[in-house]
Design a protein around this ligand. Structure first.
Ligand code: GNR
Ligand code: NI
Length: 169
């Protein structure tokens, strides 16, 4: 299990449109396990492969309560097949935009197809925090970070704060 380096804005890699996975093998599973270890260590509730510099359509998530049992979830090549008209607002954060938060509107529910840890096709109807988080992660696969939804002024301020934070480390 390795903790990988999480890249932060304004790293141009975060704008990459990630490519679909063609083979689900032990190498990919080992990488997804490292992603999960990295996410738990951060700590975060989701992580897309591009956030650790690898442009493939893979994400991991665990939205279980901190004190509850861990519930790791792996999504390979996720595709949104339906979104609700109803929106919901969530105060989002991102490991690639450390310490910055903003209210973001997204469809309250969505359905998706994906491949699981073993490469088997699955589908799921996501609601609540699951729906918000998976849409945030799928945005990463498409080169989108939540601050892209903010005004250019708010986005510039957020990036400046992250740069300052990184420099002080
Ligand atoms: O840890 C995270 N928390 C979070 C909170 C609200 C909405 C989305 C997220 S995902 C984020 C981890 C991350 O950056 N994933 O890409
Ligand atoms: Ni994020």
């Amino acid at each position: 299990m390795n903790i990988l380096n999480i890249i932060t804005v304004p790293d141009p890699l975060l704008k990459t449109v990630s490519v679909p996975v063609t083979v689900v093998d032990d190498e990919l599973r080992a990488f997804m396990d490292d992603m999960l270890t990295t996410m738990y260590a951060a700590p975060g509730i989701g992580l897309a492969a591009i956030q650790v510099g690898r442009p493939i359509r893979v994400l991991v998530m665990d939205i279980a309560d901190e004190d509850a049992e861990k519930k790791p979830q792996y999504f390979i090549n996720p595709e949104v097949t339906w979104t609700s008209d109803e929106l919901t607002t969530f105060n989002e954060g991102c490991l690639s935009v450390p310490d910055q938060y903003a209210d973001i509107d997204r469809p309250a529910e969505c359905k998706l197809t994906y491949l699981d840890y073993h490469g088997n096709p699955q589908n799921v109807h996501a609601t609540g925090l699951f729906a918000t988080c998976i849409q945030h992660e799928i945005d990463h696969l498409n080169g989108i970070v939540f601050i892209d939804y903010l005004s250019s002024l708010k986005k510039t301020i957020a990036i400046r704060k992250v740069k300052k934070l990184i420099k002080e480390d």
